[in-house]
Design a protein around this ligand. Structure first.
Ligand SMILES: NC(=O)c1ccc[n+]([C@@H]2O[C@H](COP(=O)([O-])OP(=O)(O)OC[C@H]3O[C@@H](n4cnc5c(N)ncnc54)[C@H](O)[C@@H]3O)[C@@H](O)[C@H]2O)c1
Length: 404
């Protein structure tokens, strides 16, 4: 007879370590909404307090009403006490895995975070790594668990949602699950089948690369579009008109993205993780990085050929790393701001979503006080905005073309 979680003494189904973050919280909410009893263990006191008061610590469309519901009926609760890790059958780890200032991945971030909860790990649990990891981290965690002497299966089941779409994509995207042991694989597949019927099984090593390849593929596609943009723009041509023309009724090119600042907390750092994994022998990835990270420099360079920036106030519209988001992590808008602060007389910034930057000004004020505007983030609020001053808009949100 199968042993139930109650027999094993688990009074929660899932605990999410790092569960107050951008990925962990939607996941915890989604499991709770599908009936699981979910705990969160997170080191951020402020975020834990916010979740327990049923307030999202950041914007995620569609998550607020579900959070209210699952907190009210006790299916989701958060804590800064690692002891909650011992009470759940499934332990999911989804802490951040950034690269450092020299672009080195941190292979020990997850083992170290787990070290803080090691005393609470128990026989019969399934440990699911959900963060995007440096390849080999799953094997490292397996070794660590074995050294603790606890009987825990380890799985790697990467998160593939895009911020802002979590509450639909968690239920719609296929879930990649991987584990070395058949029992771990079976348990992981069963857990994620709470969210979707579409389960893809891979080995841990395949799944680690599958996640990195997914993000890096996207980053390289953005870089290709950005390079095309610069080529066309240097010749006085509008890349968006060219892209629209070539993709029209032509499926083979339908996935060519528009130009734009490609940044945020994932694509860049995962490209650098993959490069480090391949002993820095990743010309395509490094080139994608120089193109994408170089776009703000290119835009300012073009602007200074046209204008005497040193006498001008430049306004930046949009500081989040992508449209309809309040997330400023690794946003190229801030790189643009730094470059312009060096070149222009004054730089003013605004964003309708961002709440964490006290230097932002209301949109009307930025538009009124600026001599020149740059649309840095394609927020829908800027669509069709009529401006009585010049604007650089590589996204074409204003609808007047992308030439700079
Ligand atoms: N943001 C995305 O769109 C996205 C999408 C897919 C995958 N990912 C991956 O998911 C992972 C998490 O990313 P994120 O954007 O949610 O990060 P985040 O910084 O928003 O969240 C991480 C959370 O972990 C907590 N935390 C940090 N150390 C901890 C510890 N030792 N113990 C307990 N809690 C701890 C933090 O307080 C925070 O709440 C990363 O590996 C990232 O690459 C992110």
């Amino acid at each position: 007879m199968a042993v139930s979680p109650e027999d094993l003494g688990f009074d929660r189904d899932v605990v999410v370590i790092g569960g107050c973050g951008h990925v962990g919280l939607p996941l915890a909410i989604a499991f709770a909404d599908r009936g699981a009893r979910v705990s969160i263990y997170d080191v951020s006191e402020a975020a834990v307090a916010s979740v327990n008061e049923a307030r999202l610590p950041f914007d995620e469309p569609g998550a607020a009403p579900v959070l209210e519901r699952v907190v009210a009926d006790g299916r989701l609760r958060a804590s800064t006490d690692p002891a909650v890790v011992g009470a759940a059958e499934h332990v999911i780890v989804v802490i951040g895995t950034p690269v450092d200032e020299h672009l080195n991945p941190n292979q020990t971030a997850i083992p170290r975070a787990l070290g803080g909860c090691a005393a609470y790990l128990r026989d019969g649990q399934l440990l699911v790594l959900r963060s995007t990891v440096f390849p080999g981290v799953t094997a490292l965690v397996e070794k660590m668990i074995a050294s603790l002497g606890v009987h825990i299966d380890v799985a790697f089941c990467p998160e593939r949602i895009a911020e802002g779409k979590a509450m639909t994509e968690l239920f719609e995207l296929p879930q990649i699950v991987s584990a070395r042991s058949p029992r771990g694989l079976e348990k992981a597949a069963k857990l994620f089948s709470l969210l979707t019927d579409s389960i893809v099984e891979l080995s841990p090593e395949e799944a680690e690369l599958a996640k990195l390849f997914t993000n890096v593929w996207r980053y390289i596609k953005f870089a290709a579009a950005n390079q095309f943009y610069m080529m066309a723009n240097d010749r006085g041509l509008d890349f968006e008109r060219i892209r629209k023309g070539l993709t029209q009724d032509y499926p083979r090119a339908a996935d060519m993205p528009a130009a734009g600042f490609a940044a945020g907390p994932c694509l860049f750092k995962d490209t650098m993780q993959l490069a480090a994994f391949n002993n820095n022998n990743f010309a395509l990835g490094h080139t994608a990085m120089t193109i994408n990270e170089g776009l703000p420099l290119y835009v300012v360079h073009r602007l200074e050929q046209k204008y005497d920036l040193s006498t001008m106030t430049v306004g930046i519209l949009g500081m989040a790393f992508k449209g309809e988001s309040d997330d400023i992590r690794s946003s190229l808008s801030y790189k643009l701001k730094r470059i312009l602060e060096f070149k222009a007389d004054k730089v003013l910034c605004t964003d309708p979503y961002v709440t964490v930057d006290p230097n932002l000004l209301p949109q009307d004020e930025v538009i009124a006080r600026s001599d020149l505007l740059v649309v840095a983030t394609p927020h829908p609020q800027y669509r069709g905005l009529v401006l009585d001053k010049p604007a650089a808009d590589i996204w074409n949100v204003l609808g007047a073309g992308v030439r700079v």
